[in-house]
Design a protein around this ligand. Sequence first.
Ligand code: UDP
Ligand code: MG
Length: 334
Amino acid sequence: MLYIIVPCYNEQEVLPMMHEQLLTLLQHLIEASAASQESRVLYVDDGSTDTTWALISDLARDERVCGIKLSCNAGHQNALLAGLETAVEHADVLVTIDADGQDDAQVIPQMLERYRAGCDIVYGVRHERKSDTWFKRTSAQAFYRTMRWLGVKNVYNHADYRLMSRRAANALLDYRERNLFLRGVVSLVGFKSDCVYYDRGTRLAGKSKFPLRKMMSFAVDGITSFSIRPVRMVLTLGIVFLFIALAMLVYVLVAYFTGRAVSGWASMILSLWFIGGCVLIGLGVVGEYIGKIYIEVKDRPRYHLEQCIMHNAQCTIKPCSNQSSCIADSTEQN
Ligand code: UDP
Ligand code: MG
């Protein structure tokens, strides 16, 4: 039983096109007995402000389509998580894919082959990123490299297009962190994994939901959720500065006793700014980690479900560990 999970945030332009692709594919898989009759496409509406949910409700008249609606925009990672948590109750195999058609759905059959060959996780990896802008391509590659350098295991050029078996998805859902960076967590889960390669296309319609600001904060989250090396670097920098200060002290003393008085205002003011900058960066990095601890300690729910359309399957709403606080207003249709 296959569930294809599609997070959607204001995707009214692209959804009908994507839906056609996915449904045709699902039908082929069912006919070829590669997926069971009960397989579904599950749309997760991440608090869209356009007509996305109306569209999903309409599409869900087809019993191969289900939808869940989050109460507000919880972010791409949480939308994926909501989809996984809902689908894992029913599905043997879960595939997550973006709604904009940039990830090539035609490689899903290949992913299923790998699954049948014994893989629990199959990563969709982009061959090349010609369709991305130069900026997006370079910044993404710099990000993957930095992550690797910082010691974070992640699959190069893999975003959130992947297949997971039920047991891999269950293992993933055991990670209860609020600062969610799924592609990092998935590589911690283990199990046998493989990659399938595809060419990343351009968005079928609509605009990217990841403006520069969101992308930067996602990158910072990814790094600080997985590595404490930046804090260690601040410490190392501090030690290096201490040694420089000692050397300066020796120099100043020698200059004083040899009668070469230093009248260097410029060098003074320069080092003042430089050291000030370093101290502030250090504080910022440490602050980022303390902020993370603060958010984790509060243990807030990661999302709330508002509506749920499932067919012949119970919509078990299990949005977060602290269930009593977040399942109040969910409704079930069908
Ligand atoms: N998305 C989401 N919530 C958000 C932002 C994005 O569910 O807050 C979804 C969006 O609908 C799409 C996927 O995440 O299905 C990837 O977004 P997008 O294609 O805009 O990102 P890009 O490919 O430009 O990085
Ligand atoms: Mg996209």
